[in-house]
Ligand binder design. Sequence first.
Ligand code: NAG
Ligand code: CU
Ligand code: ZN
Length: 206
Amino acid sequence: MAVWRGFECLFIFVSLFALCCGQWGWRLPPGYACVERPVQAICRLRPNPTLMSSEYRDIQGIVIFTQRITCFGHYSLQVKINIAGLPANGTWDYHGIHVHESGDMSRGCESMGPHYNPYGTAHGSPRDPESRRHVGDFGNVVKDPFGNIQGALFDNIASLVGRTSILRRGVVLHEMQDDLGRGINRESLRTGNAGRRLACCVIEPL
Ligand SMILES: *[C@@H]1O[C@H](CO)[C@@H](O)[C@H](O)[C@H]1NC(C)=O
Ligand SMILES: [Cu+2]
Ligand SMILES: [Zn+2]
């Protein structure tokens, strides 16, 4: 009986510890209850005003971020992308899309800075490990022949919570395909040669 009581106590102790202190160094933002809940954010894409070419002036879009948070940490970030108004020129085209460092749109998409890169790593693919990509590297989305982009992706590195949160930073849609760090020049490991910034927005909590 005494032995069984011991195990029971240990079990209860371990359960309580897991419930209250299970975040293992990851601190819950203030006001967050220790229950699973979704956190959401939204970004409303607008055409880059500093871009001179008229073919990209009608871009409109929404990016919705959803992430489930528990006291043990967070689940991967779901990113839903819905964009219209790109050239309806009959071709399928890849366009790089990233989270950039700053939510500053005072000079259009140019003031949003480089890819969000809190760990000082090289540019890469969203499927690369944390040490070989930027936090902001979402890779490419595909534009259909009618000028629409519809997609959803999951990311295990970018997050809406914690010290390296992407909240209030920028989303930038590019003119060219992101080479995911596999290009032949130095720029490949900085920007993926994704070219000009067509549209952008600030990630706002929802
Ligand atoms: C079609 O539009 C895309 C931009 O989405 C552009 O990159 C591509 O060069 C255009 N293709 C043609 C054939 O004009
Ligand atoms: Cu970018
Ligand atoms: Zn990058």
